[in-house]
Ligand binder design. Structure first.
Ligand code: ZN
Length: 172
C-alpha cells in the first residue's frame, strides 16, 4: 500500500471540489480506503477525506484511538448527516491540508449519520463528542469546505495568505 502525498493549501482548486458518491463499495474503494488509512496514520491524523489525496470521491477514514491503544479504523462511504443537535460544542480543530494551524470551531454537538460501511452495508450511527466533530469536519471536505470557513474572514484570509506566500517562497 503506497503512502500518498496530502494536498495542502494553497491548492484550493483541488480542495474546493465537491466529491461524487461511489456507486458501490468494491475492491477499488477498499484499496483506496487502505491507502488513505496508511497515509493518515503516517501523517499522523485522526481523519482523512479522499479529496485530501486528490480523489473527488465521497470516502472517509477516521480513527480516534489514542497512542498505544488498539487501532479502531472507521471506513465511511457516501455519508449523509440526517440529524444534528441544536446544542453546539467547541473544539480546537486542525487539518492535514492546513498544517500547523489550529482554531476553535463551533459545530452541532451530536449528529446522526447514514453511510455505507466496509462491507457496503448501510449503517446509521449517533455520534457525539470528538467523533461528531471529526465526522462533520471530514464531510465538509467532501463538499469543498475547510474548517477555516467556520472562523472569521479576517483569520481565514490571514491563513490563506500565509500559505500563498510560503508557496511563492518555495517553502511548500
Ligand atoms: Zn481536514
Amino acid at each position: 500500500m503506497p503512502l500518498l502525498p496530502i494536498i495542502t493549501l494553497p491548492d484550493e482548486k483541488t480542495l474546493r471540489q465537491v466529491s461524487k458518491p461511489v456507486s458501490m463499495v468494491d475492491s477499488n474503494v477498499k484499496r483506496r480506503w487502505d491507502d488513505m488509512l496508511e497515509t493518515m496514520y503516517h501523517a499522523p491524523g485522526i481523519g482523512l477525506a479522499a479529496i485530501q489525496i486528490g480523489v473527488p470521491e465521497r470516502l472517509l477514514v477516521l480513527d480516534l484511538s489514542k497512542d498505544g491503544e488498539p487501532k479502531t479504523p472507521l471506513f465511511v462511504a457516501n455519508p449523509e448527516i440526517t440529524w444534528e443537535s441544536a446544542a453546539q460544542s467547541d473544539y480546537e480543530e486542525g487539518c492535514l491540508s492546513i498544517p500547523d494551524y489550529y482554531e476553535m470551531v463551533t459545530r452541532p454537538a451530536e449528529i446522526k449519520l447514514r453511510y455505507l460501511d466496509r462491507q457496503g452495508e448501510p449503517q446509521e450511527i449517533h455520534a457525539t463528542g470528538l467523533l461528531a466533530t471529526c465526522l462533520q469536519h471530514e464531510i465538509d471536505h467532501l463538499n469543498g469546505i475547510l474548517f477555516i470557513d467556520h472562523i472569521s474572514r479576517l483569520k481565514r484570509e490571514r491563513v490563506l495568505k500565509k500559505f500563498q506566500k510560503a508557496q511563492k517562497l518555495g517553502k511548500l
